[in-house]
Ligand binder design. Structure first.
Ligand SMILES: Cc1cc2nc3c(=O)[nH]c(=O)nc-3n(C[C@H](O)[C@H](O)[C@H](O)COP(=O)(O)OP(=O)(O)OC[C@H]3O[C@@H](n4cnc5c(N)ncnc54)[C@H](O)[C@@H]3O)c2cc1C
Length: 414
């Protein structure tokens, strides 16, 4: 049994705690918040084997430049003279080649499928109750151009063994009769599942506490001290902690924590927003509204509309123009659905930890013998929680990992 300190109580930190206690380790989680908000609560709750193409893909830079001048665009990069941002941008550019994307596609698919199976396993274990539904994902399009682009991705998915079909509007209506969709058609992935993130986080947190995990919430890690190629102590604003193993799972804040240790894990915060509609919408299958890049999820008791990727540093300011754009997309794709002012004013945001190449950082750094990184999951952090937690627990227990994790190495260069 080892004593383990996890910095960060988002989906990645809590999933890691779950698998570490299953392996018999003693676990402490530190979080600067009270674990009720942020990316792991506001996300769209998709489990995404369908998302095989990383953000850094050919054409993305030119799209990004075009969108920079549109205040309501779904993707926005705020140019800054900051060395971390400039290095990340350069690494993003270098990752956006066809060859690198081709290499990432099977890696992204495999880890997503592993994680979906693990969510199912957690559900079957009865450890705690939560929504986990496998109804697939409709990639809805209004224009032929968007449909053709998505069908190309769908065919790649099919070749990799995913269940994908290109559906006409009439076929979509048969699947989704109450939703009143105003679209041309949809590419349907039967591989995907969905959940209610806030419900799951709360239940997992309670379960971990019952199992003896120690939580220090509203407590910020200020420094990490090393000695003889090992992490010796974590200093918070309230105490100092020693342990056998340390895991940095601090999402968008992870690179700030590792910097003083001489470890570079290039990451930018990608802000996204969500609006909850707490009344019947007739929507029963998750969807992505392709041209608007808005995600729609029928959650437990409400429908969530989520979107926007704003690379603009660490802040939680809500931009009403982008919230409005998400609400407008909802009305444009679902006839008769108007998002109320009160629903828009209840919008919340969270920061996705975006690595430059679309792959997370999972595993030990070579610099320290007892430090693991579990971060940089960008748009797939919710999906990849269980897989990341399991892989880190295997590393810490000194066992062969379920998947080869060399591509996720935190020391990789771009
Ligand atoms: C709008 C939106 C929609 C999304 N939709 C999906 C989706 O459908 N499917 C999907 O797979 N992913 C989705 N994502 C992405 C996913 O939510 C993130 O990748 C994931 O939540 C990241 O989890 P994390 O645990 O790494 O980070 P976080 O959830 O950010 O957790 C990190 C934690 O570390 C704590 N912390 C940071 N610094 C310190 C410190 N110094 N001391 C102590 N604690 C610290 C923070 O308080 C925080 O609680 C979405 C994200 C957004 C914003």
């Amino acid at each position: 049994m080892k004593s383990c300190v996890i910095i960060g109580g988002g989906i990645i930190g809590l999933s890691t705690a779950y698998y570490l206690i299953k392996e018999g380790h003693q676990v402490t989680v530190i979080d600067q918040s009270d674990i009720t908000s942020g990316a792991s609560f506001v996300n769209a709750g998709y489990i995404t084997p369908s998302h095989i193409i990383p953000l850094a893909a050919p054409g993305m830079i030119s799209k990004g430049i075009k969108w920079m001048f549109d205040a309501s665009s779904p993707f926005y990069v705020k140019p800054r003279l900051d060395s971390d941002f400039l290095q990340w941008s350069w690494a993003f550019k270098k990752s956006s080649t066809r060859q690198k994307v081709e290499r990432s596609i099977p890696l992204i698919k495999d880890i997503n499928i592993l994680s979906r199976e693990l969510y199912q396993e957690i559900k079957n274990s009865g450890d705690f109750e939560f929504q986990f539904e496998r109804k697939g994902l409709l990639m809805c399009y209004k224009t032929d151009e968007a449909g053709e682009e998505e069908w190309e991705v769908g065919q790649r998915g099919k070749a990799l063994g995913l269940g994908v079909a290109n559906l006409t509007k009439e076929e979509v209506d048969l699947l989704e009769p109450e939703a009143n969709l105003d679209i041309k058609g949809a590419v349907f992935y039967d591989t995907d599942a969905h959940m209610t993130p806030g419900q799951y986080m709360k239940a997992l947190y309670s379960f971990l506490k019952e199992q003896g995990v120690t939580f220090y919430t509203n407590e910020k890690v200020l420094d990490i001290w090393s000695q003889d190629e090992k992490i010796a102590t974590v200093k918070t604003d309230k105490r100092r902690l020693t342990a056998d193993e340390f895991i940095v799972a601090a999402g968008s804040w992870s690179p700030t924590l590792t910097k003083s240790l001489g470890i570079k894990i290039p990451t930018q915060a990608g802000k996204g927003y969500r609006i909850n509609v707490e009344r019947p919408t007739g929507i029963s299958i998750p969807a992505i509204l392709l041209e608007a890049k808005v995600a729609v999820t029928p959650m437990n008791g409400f429908t969530r509309f989520a979107g926007t990727m704003e690379i603009g540093g660490i802040n939680h300011e809500i931009n009403p123009v982008r919230v409005e754009a998400i609400a407008n997309a909802a009305s444009a794709y679902y006839k008769g659905l108007e998002v109320k002012e009160s629903e828009k004013s209840g919008a919340a945001c969270g920061l996705r930890p975006v690595s430059p190449d679309g792959l997370p950082y999972i595993g030990r750094t070579s610099k320290y013998r007892n430090l693991c990184i579990a971060s940089g999951h960008a748009m797939m952090g919710w999906s990849l929680g269980p897989a990341t937690g399991k892989l880190i627990a295997e590393v810490i227990s000194g066992r062969k990992t379920t998947l080869d994790i060399s591509a996720y190495h935190p020391d990789r260069r771009f």
